[in-house]
Design a protein around this ligand. Structure first.
Ligand code: 4AD
Ligand code: MG
Length: 432
């Protein structure tokens, strides 16, 4: 007897197979029972006909409770009524693990209840679809950067210095020394770029941000490419090609997941068309002021209503270029013709999903960088190794960071970032 997964059923039409699954839902009449089954690979229906299986198996099927795990044997057949396209006509059922009073019933539940039961909520078809898409974005990321000649380098998680904003560090002990959880692998990736040319990282990052919004996680995963001998303009091209590539990969390989999420794929198709529009920070401020945003003056950072408004002027992700030096990180290179802005860009996703990428060309001048480190109140000795990169064959280089969960939320079209990661860490939540 062949053990197969539900996903493989299309290759076994007409065959008798055995599948290990959980009962997601069930409905039955006096003569027939319909089991909604899931096995992690997919969801489909099992049909149990009393006149064919006999009284004993039929009663067993009728009594199955939600999330009971079973081994079932039967014949795969096509099912034109379901989107999945196949079902199993059951012959035998063996109970593996019983399940009583499963807390997440098919009725509506509040968000906090679902978040408290995240370990179980992950089993739902919506969460399954989101994680399929997350997985596809990760797969496509490796694919894209490997194809483009990048090598993956893993920066450390425990660090002795801040890469971004020092107020948002998670403190920990490193024996008798103070240490932090990484906010970004960037500084290490710059060292790696000087060693390997084109590199990318993919790992968890941590920000003790007191932001309770639908876009912020405390722990999130970031993809950080860094490229030697590359100016910011060239980096923007890599960024848009990368984003278009992951969107296209999801369109190509996650059709079913997108339909479960009822995602508008015409919108997604539009996001694969390059180039993406660009607007300077200066022009963005003017645009906002002309449209009633009196709360923004030149020099302010944009909040989510501002980003959303700017994004709405375009039908694709938009780059906002050259922010004021004072509101960006110490390592960014000033604009060659303007000391007050830096060579950087944020990529803002459409539909109100906010910033998905932050990137810049890096300061390469030893003295200028030392000066910036001092201005930011950072300790020079902590950055001695980073400054070394400017002493021994310094070259122009640029890089960026894409927040994986921001990208997942946007591509899935889901409301809140908390569903884009299996176990979200939020301002008020570290359980489960
Ligand atoms: O703009 P950020 O802070 O840039 C950096 O960390 C750079 N060192 C990256 C680089 O150049 N190598 O963060 C990059 C991206 C943001 O655009 C956003 O997508 C995501 O990381 N991000 C968050 N995602 C979820 N929750 C948070 N609290 C996030 N903070 C940033
Ligand atoms: Mg940013």
């Amino acid at each position: 007897m062949k053990h197969i997964s539900i996903k493989e059923s299309k290759n076994h039409v007409g065959e008798e197979v055995t599948i290990g699954a959980w009962v997601a839902n069930k409905r039955s009449s006096g003569k027939i029972a319909f089991l909604q089954l899931r096995d992690g690979s997919a969801f489909f229906q099992g049909i149990v006909v009393k006149s064919e299986v006999g009284e004993e198996v039929f009663q067993l099927a009728k009594g199955l409770t939600q999330e009971t795990s079973i081994l079932l044997t039967g014949t795969i057949q096509e099912d034109s009524r379901s989107k999945f396209g196949y079902e199993i006509v059951v012959k035998e059922i063996e109970i593996i693990g019983e399940s009583h009073d499963y807390p997440i019933t098919p009725k509506e539940h509040g968000t906090e209840f679902l978040m408290d039961h995240r370990h179980l909520w992950l089993r739902s078809s919506k969460q399954h679809a989101i994680m399929q898409i997350r997985n596809e974005i990760i797969r496509a990321t490796y694919d894209f950067f490997n194809k483009e000649g990048f090598i993956k380098i893993d920066p450390p998680i425990l660090t002795a210095s801040a890469a971004e904003d020092s107020t948002e560090l998670f403190h920990t002990e490193y024996f008798d020394q103070e240490a932090y959880l990484s906010q970004s692998g960037q500084l290490y990736m710059e060292a790696a770029a000087m060693a390997f040319g084109k590199v990318f990282s993919f790992g968890p990052t941590f920000r003790a941000e007191k932001s309770k919004t639908r876009r912020h996680l405390i722990e999130f995963w970031m993809i950080e490419p860094e490229m030697a001998f590359m100016d910011h303009e060239q980096s923007l091209e890599v960024q848009e090609q990368y984003v278009a590539y992951i969107v296209q990969s999801v369109l190509d390989n996650c059709e079913h997941a997108l339909s479960v999420l009822e995602r508008d794929t015409d919108l997604l198709k539009k996001y694969t068309e390059l180039p993406y529009p660009r607007i300077s920070y200066d022009d963005a401020v003017v645009l906002l002021n002309e449209n009633g945003f009196d709360d923004i003056t030149w020099g302010d950072d944009f909040g989510s209503p501002h980003e959303t408004f700017i994004a709405k002027q375009f039908d694709k992700p938009v780059f906002i270029l050259n922010y004021p030096k004072a509101i960006k990180a110490f390592y960014m290179k000033p604009h060659p013709e303007r000391e007050d802005v830096v060579l950087c860009a944020d990529l803002i996703a459409p539909e109100g999903y906010g910033e998905i990428i932050g990137g810049s060309e890096r300061e390469v001048d030893f003295d200028a960088l030392t000066q910036r480190i001092k201005e930011f109140g950072l300790t020079e000795e902590d950055y001695a190794w980073y400054l070394d990169l400017r002493k021994y064959g310094s070259v122009p280089h640029s890089g960026f960071g894409l927040g994986l969960e921001r990208a997942v939320t946007w591509i899935c079209g889901t409301e809140h970032i908390r569903e884009s990661i299996p176990f979200p860490r939020l301002l008020n939540r570290i359980y489960p």
